[in-house]
Ligand binder design. Structure first.
Ligand SMILES: NC(=O)c1ccc[n+]([C@@H]2O[C@H](COP(=O)([O-])OP(=O)(O)OC[C@H]3O[C@@H](n4cnc5c(N)ncnc54)[C@H](OP(=O)(O)O)[C@@H]3O)[C@@H](O)[C@H]2O)c1
Length: 283
């Protein structure tokens, strides 16, 4: 099974499904999960400098012996490093043992993200990275960026799941040709999302798990997803979502679950954004 690809606004193609590695904090588990993922067919991996595991991802990639061009690797610029994105990028590459990234994102819209974006544009113009984008940017941040940007972000990676659907942001991204990436696509498995009756009924109807129904819903909303799991059977399950389709009525039923309820930090919270600039990347 080859994962379908989405064409970004600069014509780079990204596999719509990948694996995220946030909170994979055990080295042995990490290497094992990556190996399972590769065997299953995953080729897209999402990390960040602040996750502290770029080195392990690099080690796992090397071990797998897959051709570099078959992989799609994303990492992120942490706000504490906004003063020198070029250096931060080089450090990420060094830790990953790679000579380019497929996608590099500004992790949060912390103060001075406009200047950081200029440096991201330079990296792109220097052909150091195949695509650049942002993460946790709301409409107001994108509008501000648009006033000065020469290159608009290829993607915006934001928290999205049945309890946080962000219809206005998604419409804005679509209108502006920015692809949407959903972080925490399974709602991180918390707040009772797996026990939600509407989702359980759909799981029964389609002979799939609740997780598969949620992931399929994202695909049909044209979101790029990279659910994280350290378990082989879950990695397999999360990959087996291309053999069924939710009906329009069922998509609409999931829309009714929106509570505008985030699990993670709020991109509108200035205090959180300021904190990201104080927390150093330790690797
Ligand atoms: N840009 C940002 O600010 C940001 C923030 C957070 C995350 N992210 C990215 O988004 C990726 C995914 O988000 P996330 O890891 O926070 O949350 P997630 O993928 O929504 O959920 C992961 C949780 O769900 C469990 N899980 C995975 N597959 C499952 C299945 N089929 N059935 C039941 N439980 C399942 C995992 O447990 P096990 O591992 O024990 O299986 C883990 O506890 C991250 O890894 C990271 O790459 C980005």
């Amino acid at each position: 099974m080859t994962v379908p690809k989405i064409t970004l606004n600069n014509n780079v193609q990204i596999p719509q499904l990948g694996m995220g590695v946030f909170k994979m904090q055990d080295h042995k588990q990490f290497i094992q999960a990556f190996q399972w993922a590769i065997e299953i067919g995953y080729r897209h991996f999402d990390t960040a400098a602040i996750y502290g595991n770029e080195k392990w991802l690099g080690e796992a990639i090397k071990k797998a012996g897959i051709k570099r061009e078959e992989l799609f690797i994303t990492s992120k610029l942490w706000p504490a490093e906004f003063d020198n994105p070029q250096k931060a990028y080089e450090n990420s590459l060094k830790r990953l043992g790679l000579d380019y990234l497929d996608l590099y994102l500004i992790h949060w819209p912390a103060p001075d993200y406009e200047q950081a974006w200029q440096a991201m544009e330079q990296l792109y113009q220097d052909h150091a990275v195949r695509a650049i984008g942002v993460s946790n940017f709301m409409i107001k941040h994108l509008e501000k960026l648009q006033q000065q940007a020469q290159i608009m972000p290829a993607v915006d990676q934001v928290e999205l799941h049945p309890y946080l659907q962000r219809p206005k942001l998604l419409a804005y991204l679509q209108d502006n040709d920015i692809a949407v990436e959903a972080w925490g696509p399974l709602g991180q498995g918390i707040n009772g999302v797996f026990a939600e009756p509407i989702l359980q009924n759909l799981a029964q109807k389609y002979h799939k798990s609740v997780a598969q129904v949620i992931l399929r819903w994202h695909l049909q909303r044209h979101a790029i997803i990279f659910p994280k799991s350290i378990h082989q059977e879950r990695l397999q399950q999360n990959f087996d979502i291309f053999d069924f389709e939710l009906s329009t009525d069922d998509m609409n039923a999931i829309s009714t679950l929106d509570k505008n309820q985030p699990n993670g930090s709020d991109p509108n919270d200035d205090e959180h954004l300021a904190q990201t600039k104080l927390r150093p990347v330790i690797n």
